[in-house]
Design a binder for this molecule. Structure first.
Ligand SMILES: [Zn+2]
Length: 74
């Protein structure tokens, strides 16, 4: 039987269809984890990552030659 650790409390959880909360050991742990994802820390992390990517894309765009048809036709 495959066992996983509950992401919230690290309890060993049997990975079986009857376990509705897997990979969590119980509904409480599942809700705690969902709550953490919705918390501010995760939101800030996501925003900074997005800003980083946007900055990289801006840098990359500057290196591109001006978009004209001859560049695509060769
Ligand atoms: Zn748990």
């Amino acid at each position: 039987m495959l066992k996983v650790n509950c992401p919230t409390c690290q309890t060993k959880v049997e990975w079986k269809p009857e376990n509705k909360h897997k990979p969590f050991c119980c509904d409480r742990c599942r809700l705690i984890d969902l709550g953490e994802w919705a918390s501010e820390s995760h939101v800030i992390k996501g925003q900074s990552l997005k800003q980083e990517l946007t900055a990289q894309i801006d840098e990359f765009s500057e290196d591109l030659p001006p978009a004209d048809d001859s560049f695509f036709r060769h």
